[in-house]
Design a protein around this ligand. Structure first.
Ligand SMILES: Nc1ncnc2c1ncn2[C@@H]1O[C@H](COP(=O)(O)OP(=O)(O)OP(=O)(O)O)[C@@H](O)[C@H]1O
Ligand SMILES: C[C@@](O)(CCOP(=O)(O)OP(=O)(O)O)CC(=O)O
Length: 386
């Protein structure tokens, strides 16, 4: 009988976006990307795994529902972890034959553009690596689940190297700086919609690769320089530079969406209003204090320094009134401060609930094993909730 392993893993939000694959099966990207990993105490995936000789088949329960294990992405992750364990001779042959049970939960909406697949696959692969006692870097295995998941294998600021090898062996994530390097860096996720998106990232990028001229230009002439510059800005803790590159890269990624044929539109009027407000706020402040970035959905992720959070929360609350003001900001304890008239004049208050809620979080660590026994599987290896 094997023990139950439980791991929690973070989401990450890219500041240099991954958009476009050179190999769809191996999930190999056309460009490097850079992200910050966000604190697991606020948003995380939690996954328990175990392997037993009596299990008839591999099984996965996701957010309380049994799902099929026969998705190519899940199969690839499990197969590669086992292959690594066999190569490292970390467990015996019998153990590798046993079937596995996986139970996972996200403490935030799944498939809503909040990077659930990144946290989910990083969590699964880290838990399996611990189960099979794999010691080497598993970012290239998490990548097989969802590209952006490879960056959630590390904390702090992370780079995913596109790599050039056809087998993907050099398409791995590395840490640029750990979570303690820039402790003032925080994030506000403005949730404008948390329902499933119209075009998945996988399909959106396929259309972009097939049709967008701008994507070719971006990959060749923009991303390489931006990647070096933002890494430098992170190392030097140069917030204005970090923020400017972050916003430009998000804008270019969404421009690629529009340049795709048919176009992929992820930002909404609310997203564009957020971007307008942040530019005005920075202009009035006399320096860049906040960066926005948008993934394949309408939600904004604002990166900003801790000292500026109270004013920015007041600004968001002023422009985007909520019908449930007490529960509007979740996550870290946040203060507010009175908003001066000059900031109030940026934009009139909008109709209620255009922003549904805000998640206040910060840069955090990578995946961690949970040792307090709070597994999602019971002694029999079945979901506790069942
Ligand atoms: N905890 C988890 N464990 C395993 N797989 C997960 C987990 N959470 C999400 N997934 C997988 O990821 C899929 C959702 O990925 P999708 O890319 O559609 O959404 P997202 O990650 O929230 O959005 P985005 O990638 O645009 O930020 C789920 O359908 C599921 O297959
Ligand atoms: C816009 C993005 O969030 C795209 C993420 O795409 P996914 O990693 O979800 O795509 P697949 O590899 O097809 O699973 C940008 C980013 O995170 O870099």
């Amino acid at each position: 009988m094997s023990e139950i392993i439980t791991v929690i893993a973070p989401v990450n939000i890219a500041v240099i976006k991954y958009w476009g694959k050179r190999d769809e099966d191996l999930i190999l990207p056309l460009n490097d990307s850079v992200s910050a990993t966000l604190d697991t105490s606020i948003m995380c995936a939690k996954t328990s795994v175990c392997a037993r000789p009596e299990f008839k088949e591999d099984g996965i329960w996701l957010n309380g529902k049994k799902e099929s294990f026969y998705s190519p992405r899940l199969q690839n992750c499990l197969r590669e972890i086992k292959a690594r364990a066999a190569a490292e001779k970390s467990v015996n042959e019998d153990f590798l034959q046993w079937k596995v049970h996986v139970c996972s939960e996200n403490n935030f909406p799944t498939a809503a553009g909040l990077a659930s697949s990144a946290a989910g696959y990083a969590c699964l692969v880290t838990a399996l690596a611990k189960l099979y006692k794999v010691k080497s870097d598993v970012s290239s295995i998490a990548r097989l689940g969802s590209g952006s998941a490879c960056r959630s294998v590390y904390g702090g600021f992370v780079r995913w190297h596109a790599g050039t090898n056809p087998d993907g062996s050099d398409s791995v994530a590395t840490q640029i700086a750990d979570q303690a390097h820039w402790p003032e860096m925080q994030a506000l996720i403005l949730v404008a919609g948390d329902t499933k998106k119209k075009t998945s990232s996988t399909v959106g990028m396929r259309i972009a690769v097939e049709t967008s001229e701008l994507l070719k230009h971006r990959i060749k002439h923009c991303v390489p320089q931006r990647t070096e510059e933002i890494i430098q800005a992170i190392k030097e803790k140069d917030f204005p530079k970090f923020a400017e590159i972050t916003m430009k890269d998000s804008n270019q990624f969404h421009a690629v969406g529009l340049d795709s044929y048919p176009p992929c539109v992820y930002m909404t009027d609310v997203s564009h209003l957020v971007s307008y407000v942040i530019h005005k706020y920075n202009e009035i402040s006399g320096s860049i204090k906040v960066a926005y970035t948008f993934d394949a959905g309408p939600n904004a992720c604002l990166y900003l320094l801790e000292k500026d959070v109270p004013q920015v929360i007041s600004l968001i609350k002023h422009i985007f009134p909520s019908s449930n003001p007490d529960k509007f900001v979740t996550g870290l304890q946040s203060k507010e401060e009175p908003l001066s008239p000059v900031f109030m004049s940026i934009c009139e208050p909008q109709k209620q609930d255009l922003i549904k809620y805000v998640i206040h979080t910060k840069v955090g660590d990578g995946p961690t094993e949970i040792t307090d026994g709070s597994h999602l599987l019971n002694e029999a290896g079945l979901p506790k909730a069942e």
